[in-house]
Each structure stands twice: as C-alpha cells, then as structure tokens.
Design a binder for this molecule. Structure first.
Ligand code: N01
Length: 500
C-alpha cells in the first residue's frame, strides 16, 4: 500500500483548518474511531467539543499507535490517476514525479478540502496579508492592533469571528448570507462522564450511528405539527439551553414540514434579537432560509461578538464586494482599509478535490467529462467506467450529513471487505453498473427533495461555486445507507460487475 498526502503532516481537515477557533461541533467522545477498543480506552479528551489542535494530536497519535507513517508519503500531491484496461491497473502520478501502478485506487480526498477563493476583481492587487481559513499558517498570525476583514459567515467564520475580534484591532465582517447558529456551551470534559462513556462505549455511540444524520441531536420522535406553540417553544428552549445543535432535532418533522421548521427558525431569530444590542445589526444577522438547509453551527459567543466596539458588520448581500484594492476592499463605493483579509469562503465541496485530479477510467473517459452535469456514483463508493476506483465519503454517500469519523470507518470497512471478497474468489475487477448508478443518483435526489434541504443556496447543492451544476450530493439517512451497503455486500455486490 502507498498513501499520498499533499500536506506536510497528516490529519486532513484538522491539519489544514488551523484558523483561530477551529473545533468540531460533534462531541469529542463520538468524533473518534471505534475500530480499536484499546484506543477508545487509552485516549482522553479534554473538552466536550474538541479543538482543532486536540483532534490533530489524536490523528497523530493514531498514526503512531498503529505504525501507519511508513506507508505515507507527505508533501506529495496526486496529479493524475489513469486506468489501463490491458493490465487492469491504475497508474498514479504525483507532483514529485512519482509514478506507481496499483490494482486498486482509493480516493480519500475529503468532502471539504478543495478551497474556494472567489475571483474578486483586483485580488492580485491587494498588498496586505491574506489567508484562507483552510490553509492557515502553521506558525499562526499576529493580528494585534490590525484592521482585519473576514469574508464569509459560514460555520468556519462563525467559529473564527469571536477569536479574531479579540485578537485584532478592528474586525470587519463582510456577510452575504446570515446563518443559523446555536450556542455550543462547550465545557471541560467531566472525568466521570468520560469514564461512564468508556465503560460502555458501544451504547454511547449508538445514537450517533442510528440517528438520521449519524449524529446525536437528541432526536425527538414527536411530530412538531401536532404540538402547540407553547410546547414547541418549551422544546426549543430546553435544547438551546443544553447547547450544541440539538434545536434541529427538536421534532421529527422539522426537516420536512416547512411550518415546523419556520417555528424553529423564528425561535432562533428571537434569540439573536435578544443577544445583539444594536437592532439594525441584529436585523442583518437574521437568517431567512429554513433552519438546517445550510449547515447550522454551534458557536461560542458568535452573536455576542457583534456587541463589541471593535467589530463592524458589513452587509454585502445587496452590494457585493466591488473589488480588492491595494489597501483593502471596496463595497458600495466605500473603501475599507485592511491590514489583513481572511477568506472564510469555503470549499468546492464534495466533488472539487476529485475533479482537480486528472482521473481517467475505461476507454480514456475522464471523471470531469462524466460528472460535467453533476456527480454520478453508486453508493458514493464506485463510479461506472472507473473500475477498481473507490471514493471514501464520495458524492452520493452520507458523508457531511453524518458524523464523519463513523462515516469514514464504515466506508473503509466496506472497501476492505470488498477487496478481501475479491481476492478470496480470484476476482480482479469491480465496477459499478450504469443501471445501479442511475437508480442510486435518482434515489439520493428523491430523498433530498422530500426535505427542506434543496431549497436554499448551499454548498450541499454546489450553489457557492459559480457554474457548478445544482445537484444535492450527500445521501440523507445514515442508518438506511449502512443497511443498503450491507445488503449489497451480502448479495455478492449486486449493482457492481465483478470479473476475474
Ligand atoms: O464554508 P461555507 P465554511 N462573496 O461555504 C461566503 C464544515 N465545518 O468553511 O452563504 C461573498 O459554509 C458564503 O456566503 P453565502 C461544515 O460542514 C464544520 O464556513 O454563499 N461571500 C458563506 O458565508 C461547513 O458547512 C465545522 O452567501 C462569499 C462563506 O463565504 C463546511 O465545513 C466548522 C463569496 C462560506 O461558507 C464549510 O464551512 C467549520 C463571495 N463571492 C466548518 N463566496 C464544525 O464545527 C462565498 N462567500 C464541525
């Protein structure tokens, strides 16, 4: 086995996203591997929601603990992967000039790893410091006393803004779309709680695996449509007080009934109005999309930050950024002098990392060509015309709508079992069939369209990247998905063509 990694270290998301405030909003005890019971027992988390440095430390511990580093070539970016039908092997080329062949090619390139820096006019003219949150300098950045601009108010910015406001002289937040966020109420880890979890880890993990999102939003079976206004409010309040993303699990129909969703949206908007002192600023911060159709965030003092004197919110929805200038940027004819600009502008999600590699399958078919109108996969694991290529958390799998670590483990286990099955039977080639792929893409979409998810301009539908086909890519329903993957494997990989 040979692993290639572009970074100077391992850890993927948690290696690159070193921006101030980066942490995971899934509980640390659940955002962890379950493949090793010893690992589960020996690792101690220090906070309810782990920070980026702690998760990166964990990833490095796992790499050392299981002696994984000898297979990993760091600082090596894969440029192309080409399938040769005659030999039945993939040839992988890297930016260091490596050329290796392999029977199987597994793309673990991440759902949110291809950074998006919008092509603002004048972007090359700007002379100040500038950073993308997904490529934050390892040594950190000294912003003391500086005038700093941050573009974007997605999950990343919502985590970074409170810290950047503390660290900088003045922070200007350039917001195109306000976002829903709920207080994380992060706390140091209670050692007794951690001990209780470790005493019965499988039971603790269960709701993170059996919930619709593979996340523990403390889901409520109750139908919100049958609850009174007072009952709904009481449920929302209890969840708001408990912290985390629990408000989105308040009622079983919150993602399918627009009226119930609007009640939750209204409740959160009320909290924002209560928190933000200046009514005009509060008004600008009120989201007008359904809750959850863009990824909501769990924050620490996000809305409170707008009460600071050194923070200015600039609405760029109606008047977009006109251009970057030598000394800052211009909006609506007004120039903002900035010593540093932070691009919290997200990623070309789900497909970007794969499509930036020149991937060619049977008959020279390119992945770029095949996915020109949107990604097509079977189970987000296999792609027709691309034999023996597997995608970990690929488009069409739950991935970003699940707890990523169990979602990744489930894919890794499925792929490992498949390869074992193949070698045990003298099989050398596996490829998704066109029929299975077409049916799966339709199924992914059909499920998404029963919900509020496709109704707003999120990266889930590719709306953040100009020209990207508007397709809802993740699969909704982790438990149903796992069952389907298990059935496919048990049937001898129905939906795939297996050949000697
Ligand atoms: O990226 P985003 P992110 N002009 O795409 C704005 C995960 N995550 O890095 O909404 C002006 O969400 C854009 O505006 P709009 C999580 O899954 C998890 O924040 O497109 N603005 C938006 O405000 C998350 O969803 C954690 O109108 C422009 C922002 O930039 C995903 O990563 C923490 C613009 C981009 O927001 C990505 O989050 C952090 C333009 N041309 C992230 N282009 C956890 O806690 C874009 N924007 C687990």
């Amino acid at each position: 086995m040979q692993v290639y990694e572009a970074g100077t270290g391992i850890g993927g998301t948690w290696f690159w996203n070193r921006y101030p405030g980066a942490r995971c909003d899934v509980e640390s005890l659940a955002y962890s591997y379950e493949f090793s019971k010893d690992l589960e027992q020996e690792w101690n988390w220090t906070e309810r929601y782990a920070s980026q440095p702690e998760i990166l430390k964990y990833a490095n511990h796992v790499a050392d603990r299981f002696d994984l580093r000898r297979d990993i070539a760091l600082e090596t970016r894969v440029e192309s992967a080409v399938y040769d039908e005659a030999s039945g092997r993939w040839t992988v080329r890297t930016d260091r000039g490596d050329e290796v062949t392999a029977q199987y090619c597994i793309m673990a390139t991440g759902c949110l790893s291809a950074r998006n820096t919008p092509d603002f006019p004048g972007i090359d003219r700007y002379r100040g410091q500038h950073f993308h949150t997904g490529d934050w300098p390892e040594e950190g950045v000294d912003l003391a006393g500086k005038r700093v601009g941050i573009i974007g108010t997605g999950s990343t910015a919502i985590q970074a803004i409170p810290i950047l406001a503390e660290e900088s002289g003045h922070l200007f937040v350039f917001q195109r779309t306000p976002n829903f966020s709920m207080p994380a109420r992060n706390t140091p880890m209670d050692p007794e709680y951690q001990a209780r979890v470790k005493a019965n880890y499988p039971a603790f993990r269960k709701p993170f695996i059996s919930g619709m999102f593979g996340l523990d939003f403390n889901p409520n079976d109750r139908i919100g449509a049958t609850a009174t206004d007072a009952e709904r409010r009481a449920e929302f309040e209890a969840r708001w007080a408990a912290g985390g993303l629990g408000v989105v699990g308040a009622f079983a129909d919150l993602f399918v009934n627009p009226e119930v969703n609007e009640a939750a949206a209204d409740f959160i908007r009320g909290q924002i109005c209560e928190t933000v002192a200046d009514p005009e600023v509060a008004e600008l911060l009120l989201p007008d999309t359904p809750v959850g159709c863009k990824r909501p965030c769990a924050d620490t003092d996000y809305f409170e930050t707008y009460n600071r004197e050194n923070v200015t919110l600039v609405d760029i929805r109606k008047s977009p950024i006109e251009e970057l200038t030598e000394g800052g940027l211009r909006v609506n004819g007004c120039e903002y002098d900035l010593d540093a600009i932070v691009f919290a502008t997200g990623f070309d999600a789900m497909t970007g990392a794969l499509l930036r590699i020149d991937i060619r399958g049977r008959e020279g078919r390119t992945l770029q060509g095949k996915w020109a109108e949107g990604p097509k996969t079977f189970l987000g694991l296999g792609v027709e015309s691309f034999p023996n290529l597997f995608t970990i958390t690929g488009p069409g799998s739950p991935s970003v709508l699940a707890n990523m670590i169990p979602a990744i483990e489930q894919h890794v286990n499925w792929i490992a079992d498949c390869i074992t099955y193949m070698s045990g039977r003298g099989l050398a080639r596996i490829e998704a069939t066109e029929e299975a792929e077409t049916a799966w893409v339709a199924h992914v979409n059909e499920i998404a369209h029963r919900t509020i998810y496709p109704t707003c301009n999120s990266w889930y539908v590719g709306a953040n990247i100009p020209g990207k086909p508007r397709i809802f890519t993740p699969y909704l329903g982790f438990p149903r998905y796992v069952k389907r993957c298990d059935e496919v494997a048990a049937s001898g990989y129905e939906g795939f063509r297996l050949e000697p």
